[in-house]
Write a protein that binds this ligand. Structure first.
Ligand code: PLP
Length: 279
C-alpha cells in the first residue's frame, strides 16, 4: 500500500478511508497525537513516542483504547503492509464519538493511524525561518490536536518561502517552532528552552541533548530571547520528521551558520544514531 489509513481496527488506502462525523475531534479537536519516522521498516524511537502519547492522553483524561505494547505491535504490523519502509508514522487518540456536548462523552476513545512515505533529510542544507508571536495556550507540553496557531504560523512561513516559524512570547522569549523545537549554539554552548508548559518536549530535542552530552558540548536548558536568536552562532531546528537542521536566515536577515564545524559534529552524530537504529 502506498498510503495507509487506520481507524478503530479498519484500515485501507488512506484516500478511501472515512471517519464518523461525530468523532469528538471534529467538534473540539478533542484528542492527542504523536508521530515519528520509520526507516527500512524500523520505527525510530517508538518507545519514546508511545510513552509521550500516553502522557498526553493521561493529561487530558483520555483512556487510550489499547496498551502501549498493543499499539507498538500494531504499528510494527502495519508498516509491513507498505510499499516502502521509509515512512512517517502518525497516530492519534480522540475522546470517543457522540453528539456535540463539551463535557466528556461516555464512549471509548478512537484510535487513528496514518502511514505516508517520507524520508528524513540529512540536515546539510540550511533552512530559512520567520518569527511570529506565540499566541497558543499554556499547555504546549501536551501534544493535542488543537493546532490552529501552528497552522497559521506554518502558513506564514510557507508564504515567506521559509521552512519553519519561530514562536516568541512576551519579553521576546523564543519558545519553539510551529512544528519543531528551536535551539541556539553560542560560544560552544547549546541553549534550549526548558521543558515546561510552553513547549513540547520534543523527542528529537532529547536526542539533540544526548548528542551534545556524547560530544562534550555544554547544554543550558534556559530560555533565550529573539536578540540571542539573531546573535547566535548557529540556530538549530529539531523535529522527528526532519531530525536536525540549521538556519542561515531569519525574517529575511542573515542569522546563524557561523559555527558550521560544531553544527556538523552534532548533525552527523544524530544522523549516525538514526541510521544505526534503523539499519
Ligand atoms: N514542537 C512542536 C510544537 C511540534 O509540533 C513538534 C513536532 O511535531 C516538535 C516541537 C518536535 O517534537 P519531536 O521532536 O518529538 O517531533
Amino acid at each position: 500500500m502506498e498510503r495507509l489509513g487506520y481507524y478503530n481496527g479498519k484500515y485501507g488506502p488512506l484516500e478511501e478511508m472515512t471517519v464518523p462525523m461525530n468523532d469528538r475531534v471534529c467538534w473540539f479537536g478533542d484528542g492527542v497525537y504523536d508521530a515519528g519516522p520509520c526507516r527500512n521498516y524500523h520505527i525510530f524511537a517508538m518507545d519514546e513516542h508511545v510513552d509521550r502519547l500516553f502522557r498526553s492522553a493521561a493529561a487530558l483524561r483520555i483512556e487510550v483504547p489499547v496498551s502501549k505494547q498493543e499499539l507498538k505491535d500494531l504499528l510494527n504490523r502495519l508498516v509491513h503492509e507498505m510499499d516502502t519502509g521509509d515512512l512517517f508514522v502518525y497516530y492519534q487518540v480522540t475522546r470517543g464519538s457522540g453528539l456535540r456536548k463539551h463535557a466528556f462523552t461516555d464512549t471509548p476513545a478512537n484510535l487513528w493511524i496514518t502511514l505516508n512515505p517520507a524520508k528524513v533529510p540529512d540536515g546539510i542544507k540550511p533552512i530559512q525561518l520567520v518569527t511570529t508571536e506565540d499566541t497558543r495556550f499554556l499547555h504546549c507540553n501536551i501534544k493535542t490536536l488543537n493546532l490552529i496557531p501552528s497552522v497559521m504560523a506554518a502558513q506564514k512561513a510557507e508564504e515567506a518561502g521559509c521552512a519553519e516559524a519561530v514562536f516568541y512570547r512576551p519579553g521576546n522569549i523564543v519558545t519553539e517552532g510551529a512544528h519543531s523545537n528551536i535551539h541556539i549554539l553560542k560560544d560552544g554552548t547549546l541553549y534550549t528552552h526548558p521543558t515546561d508548559n510552553l513547549i513540547l518536549p520534543g523527542i528529537a530535542r532529547a536526542h539533540l541533548l544526548g548528542a551534545c552530552r556524547a560530544l562534550g558540548i555544554p547544554c543550558r536548558e534556559e530560555a533565550f530571547t529573539l536578540d540571542q536568536l539573531f546573535d547566535a552562532d548557529e540556530v538549530l531546528v529539531t523535529s522527528s520528521s526532519n531530525l536536525c537542521r540549521h538556519a542561515d536566515m531569519i525574517d529575511g536577515r542573515p542569522a546563524g551558520a557561523k559555527d558550521p564545524a560544531l553544527y556538523e559534529r552534532i548533525r552527523s552524530w544524530l544522523l549516525d544514531e538514526f541510521r544505526t537504529a534503523t539499519k
